[in-house]
Design a protein around this ligand. Sequence first.
Ligand code: SF4
Length: 78
Amino acid sequence: MSMNTTSAPAWYDLALCAQTGPSFFFPEPGSSLQDAKRLCGACEGRAACLEYALANDERFGVWGGLSEAERLALRPRA
Ligand code: SF4
């Protein structure tokens, strides 16, 4: 994930990935997401992060431990 600090929501204080930098969560196409997902698994902000990503229709990268495709699967069909 990536966002500037002026618009960061409250849960971002808990975000483990804030310490690693955005490139960690936007892996090169075809590379493994497992490291990012493992970090999310230890993150206290995970639930809020996932909720935020779904609410804001974030398309790219890992959010709340889920890949783009996994989040899409959670999304209700319009
Ligand atoms: S759940 Fe993952 S993507 Fe979300 S804030 Fe935590 S470490 Fe970052």
